[in-house]
Design a protein around this ligand. Structure first.
Ligand SMILES: [Zn+2]
Length: 473
């Protein structure tokens, strides 16, 4: 059960406080005592402190800390494409502050999301398992069935029980909007669709109200750069160089009109619309980057970064009509499923780049090991440095009856849809996934052997839903 969270070598943790986080008209919920003590079927393992502790500090793979972190700050960047970040795009102006964090911390340069959609990505990170391994399925529709059962253990509960003050600041409906992922947070400051600048203010207010003498865990979820891409006008100068867009992409109605009209657009009109989407998306990301810089300035001014380990990660990417759709949740292609993640500290950590594959499942096992917190919950990921070289990386997206699943090993990806469609891509020579190499032959079968248990587990979790599986020779 999750109620056994413990921290090696530290008996000084005080129970968290529950102060309200300052005046605000936004929703602020005090959810103290909401933790559950249940055990999900099959969850009998423990995960957490696999760190190596010496007189010189704490080591988790490439994560070399001079001491145990006292506090933890997790920042989720929604809808952020890896290849739009300066470090990966080559554009030094794209995300200068995020690039600074990536170069100063431990950059996970081969990171992958476990989905192209928020719900699945958040769940597999914070429960530490693929959603179908937790014994339930989502219909793919929004509504009641998306609610995560109370008996699914979450790291937020574990940290609360380990003595951290816990707080959530979020603009993302899946993180704070009644889906169940706010379990374990004493403070929930959830304001749907709020821009990043507002969340920065809320975060600083929340931290200000915490007990400075007790450790804290704050989870901040920015919705930017989710569409609509509508940063302040000062960020949109690049649009001036473009011919006018046939759709008003600053409004939901205009965005939807684009989606409806795309099929009948000429190639030149599509190129123009795509240019507007790219420019708006880049502007939105740069706006977010500036808000991160503002957040850091505020955190430094209050001393909140001292003895604090920061995790910044992206939940999924964004498609801009690379595979026929805008938005995300459109397919498990790399523009939607490659990710970025980094661990950072102002005073505890030596910078390094980590080029071995990682996935969202690995983020929390790494954090827990760094914190020295052991939890009685099964987590399927690996702390940094412990993932075997050939361990496959899986992804899933629920789309009603059309669930998609994929596996990546090295530079090979197999993508299977439950309606029987299968695709294989050689990412090393075809990073844009333009040439489907699936033939049902040996290479496909080898990948399918890895993916099949995941598909079977997902089908079982969906109540034995019948997946139409691809044919192999
Ligand atoms: Zn998202």
């Amino acid at each position: 059960m999750i109620g056994c969270a413990s921290r090696g070598g530290d008996s000084e943790r005080a129970p968290g406080t529950d102060s309200s986080g300052g005046a605000s008209e936004d929703t602020v919920a005090d959810t103290t005592d909401e933790t559950t003590d249940d055990t999900a079927p099959g969850d009998t393992g423990s995960a957490g402190d696999t760190s190596l502790t010496t007189d010189e500090g704490v080591t988790v793979g490439p994560l070399a800390l001079s001491d145990r972190p006292r506090n933890v700050l997790v920042i989720t960047l929604d809808t952020t494409r890896r290849d739009a970040i300066g470090r990966y795009s080559g554009d030094a102006e794209a995300t200068p502050f995020l690039d600074r964090l990536l170069s100063e911390g431990i950059a996970l340069d081969a990171h992958r999301a476990c989905s192209d959609w928020t719900w699945e990505s958040l769940l597999c990170a914070q429960a530490g398992r693929m959603p179908y391994r937790l014994g339930f399925a989502w219909s793919g529709e929004t509504g009641g069935s998306a609610v995560i059962p109370d008996d699914v253990p979450l790291v937020s509960q574990a940290l609360l029980e380990a003595g951290f003050q816990t707080a959530l600041v979020s603009a993302q409906p899946f993180m704070g909007g009644g889906v169940g992922l706010s379990r374990g947070f004493q403070q929930v400051r959830y304001t749907p669709d709020q821009p990043a600048a507002r969340l920065v203010q809320q975060t600083l207010l929340t931290l200000e109200a915490l007990d400075a003498d007790a450790p804290w865990y704050l989870n901040l979820h920015f919705l930017d750069p989710h569409h609509l891409y509508e940063p302040p006008a000062s960020y949109l100068g690049a649009l001036d160089a473009l011919a006018p867009c046939p759709y008003d992409l600053s409004t939901g109605a205009g965005y939807e009109a684009m989606q409806r009209g795309w099929g009948s657009l000429s190639e030149s009109s599509r190129a123009l619309v795509r240019s507007h989407l790219l420019a708006r998306y880049a502007a939105e990301l740069r706006y977010l980057d500036d808000q991160l810089a503002a957040l850091w300035a505020g955190l430094e001014a209050t001393g909140a970064l001292e003895e604090t380990l920061v995790l910044v990660w992206t939940d999924h990417g964004e498609q801009l009509y690379q595979h026929g759709s805008p938005n995300h949740g459109a397919g498990l292609y790399d523009e939607e499923t490659r990710g970025a993640a980094l661990f950072w500290s102002s005073d505890l950590l030596a910078p390094a780049a980590w080029t071995e594959p990682t996935t969202h499942l690995d983020l929390w096992p790494t954090l827990l090991a760094a914190l020295g917190v052991t939890v009685e919950m099964t987590m399927d990921g690996y702390p940094l440095g412990e993932r075997p070289d050939d361990a496959p990386v899986f992804a899933v997206h629920y789309r009603g009856g059309e669930t998609d699943q994929s596996v990546v090993v090295g530079e090979e990806k197999l993508l299977v849809r439950w309606d029987g469609v299968a695709q294989r891509y050689a990412l090393g020579v075809d990073p844009g996934e333009l040439e489907d190499r699936f033939s049902g032959g040996e290479e496909d079968a080898a990948l399918w052997e890895l993916l099949r248990p995941e598909v079977e587990a997902a089908a079982a979790a969906a109540g034995g839903a019948a997946a139409v599986l691809p044919d192999f020779e």
